[in-house]
Every structure is written in structure tokens, then in C-alpha cells.
Design a protein around this ligand. Structure first.
Ligand SMILES: *Cc1c(COP(=O)(O)O)cnc(C)c1O
Length: 355
């Protein structure tokens, strides 16, 4: 039976990306070698990483004054690399979820952290809008899509100081004005590639302003100077990322991705809003087009586990909500076809009919 992969991450990739990756594992570009056993300094791999970088620049329209880096350690290592490289005395953070909170916690080891606003008391069901960004802080950190809570900032906000964004779960889901950010980073395993890769888009001139010693591997400058090849980069995930970017470009880029994502989200949110049983957890104006979180209404709570079993039997995979929210979460990243979202909606309707 066909499975519909609604997992939050590592998550769905386009079929084509998985097939091309499998082919490269068996025999890369007809070279007679597997990409798994090739030198990262070979001409073949250098062409891969260069094209990946070029497609990042092209698809996201990244200005020339920025570098694009491919690093190990996931988004979580960035939580400490950001303050290590950018914070001299003080940094500002917007607390919109577990990941935002983890990022903020790391920064506290490097200096003063100002939490400008938090939606923690409301279990992160919304994104705070009324706050003041301290202009004497070294940067302002935001999380644009809160994967666990299903809230999202759809616009590129204005910040009077360097804006740093964790875009792990919404990068490439919409067009971006990169020039508004000093840095954008994320783990690649949500919308781009298999696990093991983090991407960093960084404005070159925000570096070199802190006085502390930065260990070589943790310094962005090292990776800029060495084209992400200071040490062995995550070769296979970079190759898959390249195939995802080629797929995205062939499918109309981020403008088309956004259109598709909005259509998928609308289909599912409409079903939730019109349901007698289900209800969304995030406030409407902030709800994510990547991760759709919903629960059973209190009067149907007893069926919570039953729906999970029913949906799983119908081929819906990965829809159990994060333990801190409960209920269900359908992640509908770029690679998810609208047919799979329709299948989930049909499944919800059928379950309602039966109960
Ligand atoms: C998944 C996720 C992370 C953690 O990513 P790792 O690569 O596992 O460290 C951080 N931030 C957000 C928004 C995420 O969705």
C-alpha cells in the first residue's frame, strides 16, 4: 500500500530525489564509483557542491555579499555557533517554541540574553507581534516556522539590528527577501535532504566583530574561506540537496512551491475548521503552511487513539502530534503532493461519518 509520509523530520523527499540519490549510491554519473566512496576533493564532487551553492543563490535570490555554507551538526550546533561568532555582549531572542527556546538557552553561555517576547504561557499557539528589539543587542534571533506547534512567520520582518533566523522547517517554502537577514540557517532534513546536513546563508560583513577566540571548526570564517571543505562535508546529503534543488527549479522554484503549499494547507485547514471532531491548535493568523497541528475536540477526546489507528491503517504515516502538543500533526513539506493531503482529508471525513 502507498504510504503518505506526514512525518515532521527527517521527512518526505520528492521521489525523483530518492531515485537519483539511489542511483548515485550505486554508480555516480557513470564513473563506476559510488558517491559513498568518492573523495570529497574529486572533480565530480566539487561540481556537486558548487552547483548546490549556485542553486541556493539562484532559487533564493541571495545577494552577492552573502556566503552559503554546508555544515555538519544539524541546526542544533548552530544554536551555539551563532552566539559564538556573533555575540559580543548581548543578544535578543523571540521565544516561539521549543527550538527557539533551545537556541536562546545556548546564547546564555556567551553573554546577556534579552527575551523580547514569548508565547510560552499559551503553549506557543501564536507568534508574539508586539515587542521592542533592543538596538544595542548584537543580533535578533527568530524561528520562522515552529515545527512542533505549527505556527509560522510568513513575512520577512524588519529588524534594526542583524536578524538571524532558524528556517529549518520552512526554507524554500516561499520566496524570501534574504537582504533583510544577517544569517539564515537550518537543518536540511525537513525540506531539502536527508539528515546530517545544515545550511547557513550568512552576510559576510557581520563576522569578525567578536573579541573571543573561536575554535577553528566553529568559526563561520573557516568554512567561508574553505568553501565548506575545511574538513569532509556531509557528501551524500549534499548530493540529495542538489537533486531537491534541481527538482524545485524544474517545478517553478519557490514561487510555485509557495502556491502549492498554500493550496495544500488551505485544503487541510478547511477540513479541520469545518469538522465536528477536529480543531486546530494554532491561532488562525499564525498557522503554518508546513506543519498542521490539530486535536480532537474535548467531546470526542475518547476517539483520539482510534483515529490515529484508523489513519495509520489507511496509509497515513507520521501524523502523531509532538508530545508537548498531543493530538495530530501533518507535515506537508514541499515534496508532499496535494493528493496525499486529500487522502488525509478523506480519512478524517470517513472517520467522522463512522462516529
Ligand atoms: C528540527 C528543527 C531543529 C533541530 O534540527 P537538528 O538538525 O536536529 O539539530 C531546529 N529548529 C527547528 C525549527 C527545527 O524544526
Amino acid at each position: 500500500m502507498k504510504k503518505h509520509n506526514f512525518g515532521a523530520g527527517p521527512s518526505i523527499l520528492a521521489n525523483e530525489v530518492i531515485e537519483k540519490t539511489a542511483q548515485a549510491v550505486l554508480n555516480f554519473n557513470g564513473s563506476g564509483l559510488s558517491i559513498l566512496e568518492m573523495s570529497h576533493r574529486s572533480k565530480d564532487f566539487e561540481a556537486v557542491i558548487e552547483e548546490t551553492r549556485q542553486l541556493f543563490i539562484e532559487i533564493l535570490n541571495i545577494p552577492e555579499s552573502y556566503s552559503v555554507l554546508f555544515l555538519g551538526g544539524g541546526a542544533s550546533l548552530q544554536f551555539c555557533m551563532v552566539p559564538f561568532n556573533l555575540m559580543e555582549k548581548k543578544a535578543a531572542y523571540l521565544n516561539t517554541g521549543v527550538w527557539a527556546n533551545k537556541a536562546q538557552k545556548e546564547a546564555k553561555g556567551f553573554g546577556e540574553v534579552v527575551e523580547v517576547a514569548s508565547s510560552k504561557d499559551a503553549n506557543y499557539t501564536f507568534i508574539p507581534k508586539d515587542y521592542v528589539i533592543p538596538t544595542d543587542a548584537d543580533y535578533f534571533h527568530i524561528t520562522t516556522n515552529n515545527t512542533i506547534y505549527g505556527t509560522e512567520l510568513y513575512t520577512d520582518i524588519d529588524s534594526p539590528i542583524t536578524l538571524v533566523a532558524d528556517m529549518s522547517s520552512d526554507i524554500f517554502s516561499r520566496p524570501l527577501d534574504v537582504s533583510k537577514y544577517g544569517m539564515i540557517y537550518g537543518g536540511a532534513q525537513k525540506n531539502l535532504a536527508p539528515a546530517g546536513l545544515a545550511f547557513v546563508i550568512i552576510k559576510n560583513d557581520i563576522l569578525g566583530k567578536v573579541s573571543r577566540y573561536i575554535p577553528t571548526m566553529l568559526s563561520y570564517q573557516t568554512h567561508i574561506d574553505n568553501g565548506s571543505m575545511f574538513n569532509t562535508p556531509p557528501v551524500l546529503p549534499i548530493y540529495s540537496a542538489l537533486e531537491t534543488l534541481r527538482w524545485m527549479k524544474a517545478n517553478g522554484g519557490v514561487v510555485e512551491m509557495q502556491k502549492r503549499n498554500q493550496a495544500k494547507a488551505e485544503l487541510l485547514y478547511n477540513a479541520i475548521d469545518n469538522s465536528k471532531m477536529f480543531v486546530g491548535t494554532a491561532v488562525k493568523e499564525d498557522r503554518s503552511i508546513m506543519n498542521v497541528c490539530f486535536v480532537m475536540k474535548p467531546e470526542y477526546k475518547e476517539f483520539e487513539g482510534d483515529f490515529l489507528k484508523f489513519a495509520t491503517a489507511a496509509g497515513m504515516d507520521g501524523i502523531k502530534g509532538h508530545r508537548s502538543v498531543g493530538g495530530y500533526r501533518a507535515s506537508i513539506y514541499n515534496a508532499m503532493p496535494i493528493e496525499s493531503v486529500q487522502a488525509l482529508v478523506d480519512c478524517m471525513n470517513e472517520f467522522e461519518k463512522q462516529h
